[in-house]
Design a protein. Structure first.
Length: 481
């Protein structure tokens, strides 16, 4: 167990170091793109990505996750999974070519036809790297994976920025994503020197699909519950409103995509390896809940407290219409951080059916909420999220508690100091902003407010939970060992 713990810690460390190294550059470029491009551009790419997300669900029928989760994996399984991925991605691309005109008619926007046709090319390259990438994860080669993703992301950012500065609009985002998929697939295959053999087994395909199909079913329903909002807004409220909504959602999910996914990548192979050992699984569960709470609660609460400054100073005032919904998404983003962890735990332990049941319930209630609230405007959709999603969150949490036989009450106790410290931090920032700065928004004030928040949060732990510093020090020493 100690060896696995060290691997887990070092894997998180390497992914975090590489991603955070590139994150500063990534944020700068993303902000520049948001300032250059229009809400209509982001609305168009939002619809294209919403469609492409469907392709990503089906291009491998979750064969990649099946390869990662299976304990007694053979070479036949690996090559079979690879050819299944390639075949499905090519078939889906051909299907896309013929279906896009109907989608364009549905949204009354002919610009979607070439955008989706070109953007969908990226799914072919992602299918090529899917199985080799999962093999790297099985061996905890997260250091290499992280470097490859860093290079691919830089390629994406450089391409998008160069094209945006030259007036290519939404196409800068399209070609950036394609370049990313090509570079990532090339680097992974080059590193592994992996050449797939012409080997296919129906029995292997059946075994992998036995795990993969329920997971794919979960992803379909997850799409309906969490991605259908873009399609509904695009249809009922238009691409301009969708652009505001997409940017607010993207900004609020940065900690999830750039932080929580680091942990998720490592968690899946870990829980897959120890799926028969409940005691170890419980140990990892409590540690992960603790880490997520300490490091991510202040991030989301902090974003909430300075959301006006984020809009005015970083994105530019043209994005002001998305301020209210950005505040709401900070709360939803925090719950999503835990939700992602819970789902990884269930799926990696072979409990895909539990994740599937959660997704069925979500796929029923969230789209209904989106449709009803959309008639009241974009902000009402955010309110709908805040009303419905917490109920779904606690249902999923209960499923994990049953699976691992753990206490939700004990989990809340573990999270308590982080939540209370974050709430106190928000009050300190808001009071300082109101009394000292009189709500004056400037870059200097923004930086001071961030400092006030950080000092307040760290000060809380220094006064009331000093053992947290000891826990962080232990993690640091394990990284050095």
């Amino acid at each position: 167990m100690d060896n696995l713990k060290n691997k887990a810690i070092k894997s998180v460390f390497w992914i975090a170091i590489v991603r955070w190294f590139g994150q500063f550059i990534s944020w700068i470029v993303t902000i520049v793109l948001i300032r250059i491009l229009s809400p209509e551009d982001y609305g168009l790419i939002g619809l294209a990505i919403a469609y492409n997300a469907i392709i990503y669900i089906f291009y491998d029928f979750s064969m990649g996750e099946a390869v990662l989760q299976k304990k007694d994996l053979s070479e036949t399984d690996i090559y079979t999974a690879f050819w299944v991925c390639i075949t499905f991605s090519l078939l889906l691309y051909l299907l896309t070519w013929f279906l896009v005109p109907f989608l364009s008619d549905f949204f009354s926007n002919s610009e979607l036809i070439p955008i989706i046709r070109v953007l969908s090319i990226s799914s072919i390259f992602y299918s090529i790297k899917e199985i080799p990438n999962r093999l790297l994860a099985r061996e905890f080669e997260f250091k290499k994976r992280s470097f490859f993703e860093l290079i691919a992301n830089f390629s994406n950012l450089f391409t998008s920025l160069l094209l945006a500065l030259n007036g290519y609009g939404v196409w800068s985002l399209v070609f950036g994503e394609i370049i990313r998929s090509i570079v990532l697939a090339f680097l992974i295959l080059l590193y592994l020197k992996w050449i797939p053999r012409l080997c296919f087994s129906i029995s292997s395909a059946n075994q992998l699909l036995k795990y993969g199909i329920p997971v794919t079913g979960y992803y379909i329903l997850d799409y309906i519950s969490t991605k259908s909002d873009s399609l509904i807004i695009g249809k009922l409220l238009g691409q301009n409103i969708l652009g505001y909504y997409s940017v607010a959602l993207s900004i609020s999910r940065i900690p999830v995509y750039k932080g929580i996914q680091i942990i998720q990548q490592v968690l899946f192979p870990i829980f897959s390896k120890i799926q028969d050992n409940k005691e170890e699984s419980v140990w990892y569960y409590y540690k992960i809940i603790y880490i997520v709470s300490v490091f991510f609660c202040p991030v989301f609460f902090g974003m909430f407290s300075v959301s006006e400054e984020i809009i005015y100073l970083i994105l530019s005032p043209k994005w002001l219409p998305c301020l209210f919904i950005l505040k709401l998404f900070c709360f939803i983003g925090l719950l999503s951080s835990y939700t992602g962890i819970f789902l990884v735990i269930l799926k990696s332990r072979g409990k895909a059916n539990s994740a599937f049941r959660y997704s069925v319930i979500s796929a029923i209630f969230l789209p209904i909420t989106f449709i009803i609230s959309s008639y009241l405007g974009m902000d009402a959709i955010g309110v709908g999220w805040v009303i419905v999603f917490p109920v779904l969150f606690f249902y999923l949490w209960k499923q994990v508690a049953i699976e691992l036989d753990i206490s939700i009450y004990k989990s809340i106790i573990i999270m308590f100091n982080s939540l209370l410290g974050s709430i106190i931090m928000v009050f300190a920032v808001l009071i300082f902003k109101l009394i000292v700065f009189n709500n004056d928004i400037s870059m200097i004030n923004f930086i001071i407010l961030i400092g006030i928040g950080a000092i307040t949060y760290i000060g809380y732990f220094f006064l009331f939970s000093r053992h947290t510093f000891h826990d962080i020090a232990l993690i640091y020493h394990k990284l050095k060992s």
